[in-house]
Ligand binder design. Structure first.
Ligand code: MEV
Length: 319
């Protein structure tokens, strides 16, 4: 049987991270320049049911049943077996690679889950529908970070710019004209689970203040969706700056992220903000086409470990 592979993109949250955990809307886009890939191969001669996993990027090379029971890979494969009604799998080898930086707010966990589900289900002869991929990868997200909103697995599964509210069907985001983002890594890893938990603790100490901040983020999302639809880039940039200030107020920015946001603005970005859980990871900057190179150079100069350029193309709305 030939090897079967599948891959999935990274993601960036444009507006509304953290507030989305509290049922506010958020906007996210896929980032195709970085991807997770899973390759499934048969292991002729190996005992039936023996699944071998190697993921060199995280130093994993082991039999599946040697992983802790709560390990997300083990959980995901268990969920897949249940969904497909399979008591056990044939002997197989699963090779996982990813160019998505880990713990950087770009959705590496969800992308690995989506690539694994698609490659394994295709190998087993019944490729899962997108909705199943999305639902099962959401379950695995819970093992990565406790109370996920579901935005990461949704934008990565459907691989389109989306407007997302927890517990509701996602909407494809109408994009009226192309715009360009620079994604700059602070080089500092951070745990989404810890960042989300930190916000929860501060929220519980000051519920009204945090509710008001999340409402302000939701209002930005509403304005941003119109700005994106009408390709009003200057306004979009201002909204990003305001979103960053709100993220500072809920305690998820850091001096390094603030500095990268400041440098991007100084180098000519129309706006910038941290993206994802914060505490490290990436910022995104909205770049006029003629400034892309100089903004990237300024961000590298200011200590960014890696910059990516992502063009967001016009979409057709599904509703
Ligand atoms: C993580 O990519 C985004 C957060 O809003 C958490 C979540 O939505 O699950 C911080």
């Amino acid at each position: 049987m030939p090897a079967i592979s599948a891959s999935a993109p990274g993601k960036a949250i444009l507006f509304g991270e953290h507030a989305v955990v509290y049922q506010r809307p958020a906007i996210a886009v896929p980032v195709h320049q970085v991807r997770a890939k899973a390759v499934v191969m048969a292991r002729p001669g190996a005992p039936s049911g023996e699944v071998w996993i190697d993921a060199p990027g995280i130093g994993l090379n082991t039999r599946l049943d040697e992983l802790p029971e709560q390990h997300p890979f083990r959980t995901l494969i268990q969920l897949l077996k249940q969904a497909m009604g399979l008591p056990h799998l044939p002997a197989l080898h699963l090779h996982i690679t990813s160019t998505i930086p880990l713990a950087a707010g770009l959705g590496s966990g969800a992308a690995v889950s989506v690539a694994m589900l698609r490659s394994l289900s295709a190998f087993l002869g019944h490729p899962l529908a997108d909705q199943q991929v999305c639902e099962l990868s959401y379950e695995a997200e819970k093992y990565y970070h406790g109370t996920p909103s579901g935005i990461d697995n949704t934008v990565i599964t459907y691989s389109q710019p989306i407007l997302f509210t927890r517990g509701q069907p996602y909407q494809i985001l109408p994009v009226g004209g192309q715009f360009t983002l620079i994604i700059a890594d602070s080089g500092i890893q951070s745990s989404t689970a810890e960042m989300v938990q930190g916000v929860r603790q501060r929220y519980e100490q000051a519920v009204e203040t945090y509710e008001a901040r999340f409402d302000a983020m939701a209002a930005l999302v509403e304005k941003a969706r119109h700005a994106i639809q009408k390709a009003q880039l200057e306004l979009l940039g201002q909204l990003m700056n305001t979103n960053h200030q709100l993220l500072q107020q809920i305690g998820v920015s850091t001096p390094q992220l603030d500095e990268l946001v400041r440098v991007a603005g100084q180098a000519g970005a129309l706006g910038a903000k941290l993206s994802g859980a914060g505490g490290g990871g990436n910022i995104i900057a909205l770049a006029p086409q003629e400034r892309v190179d100089s903004i990237q150079a300024a961000l590298r100069q200011a200590g960014s470990s890696r910059t990516l350029v992502s063009h967001i193309h016009p979409t057709v709305a599904n509703r």
